[in-house]
Design a protein around this ligand. Structure first.
Ligand code: ADP
Length: 206
């Protein structure tokens, strides 16, 4: 019989490893981090990407402002420091999903380079892929899906990314998806083709 332990944490070799869980799911637990201005297309593309992955038997988690800001981050504002804290929490959540072998699709403006860098550090650089949903501000403002740009212009909303708060575009994203003059389907297809090889196990059965 094993000696009784006072330590509540199991030793490293007793913890079920990520790779064992990935084997069961036949996929890699990685994070695709979609960054871009409000209205650039992150949620639209991310949600359709998820549908396509599910059709291909990939288990995913879709994280976006709707499920994070009302839940785990419901005490945070849009100040610079709270935005950073929001990204840190999302990163930790994604890491937990990834550790279970689940693919995390994260749709967040995440405007600051430093917090995306921190996300990469938390999640791990081999599991983190920065996807730049690149839509010019003028186009996002024209779409104004939620009427937020109008409110930002009149001052009703403060600290609005692209208007009164900066968006630091990724310099070296894993992939840049340009939505201007492209159909949603074309963008989703392009991203799907990029993500699939990252999800496949080395000797996969996909
Ligand atoms: P975000 O999540 O980045 O704030 P949304 O996905 O909520 O953006 O909104 C993007 C809007 O842009 C949607 O109304 C979508 O229909 C529209 N749109 C037009 N063309 C594209 C495209 N090629 N890719 C993604 N979205 C597009």
């Amino acid at each position: 019989m094993k000696a009784e332990k006072n330590n509540i944490f199991s030793s490293f070799d007793e913890i079920v490893q990520k790779t064992e869980k990935e084997k069961i799911l036949n996929q890699k637990g990685v994070t695709f981090w979609l960054t871009g201005l409000s209205g650039s297309g992150k949620t639209t593309i991310g949600a359709l990407l998820e549908k396509k992955l599910i059709k291909n038997n990939i288990i995913t988690a879709l994280l976006d402002g709707d499920n994070i800001r009302v839940g785990i981050s419901n005490n945070l504002s849009f100040s610079d420091s709270d935005r950073n804290e929001n990204i840190r929490r999302i990163s930790e959540v994604s890491k937990l999903f990834n550790f279970c072998g689940i693919v995390s699709i994260n749709c967040f403006v995440s405007p600051f380079k430093a917090s995306r860098k921190q996300a990469k550090e938390i999640i791990g650089e081999n599991s983190f892929f920065e996807i730049f949903i690149d839509t010019p501000l003028s186009e996002c403002e024209k779409r104004d899906v939620k009427g937020l740009y109008k409110k930002a212009r009149t001052g009703e909303i403060k600290n609005f990314t692209g208007i009164t708060s900066p968006f630091e575009a990724p310099e070296n994203p894993a992939i840049r998806i340009s939505t201007l003059n492209k159909s949603i389907e074309e963008n989703v297809e392009e991203l799907f083709n990029f993500v699939m090889p990252k999800i496949k196990l080395a000797n996969d059965r996909l």
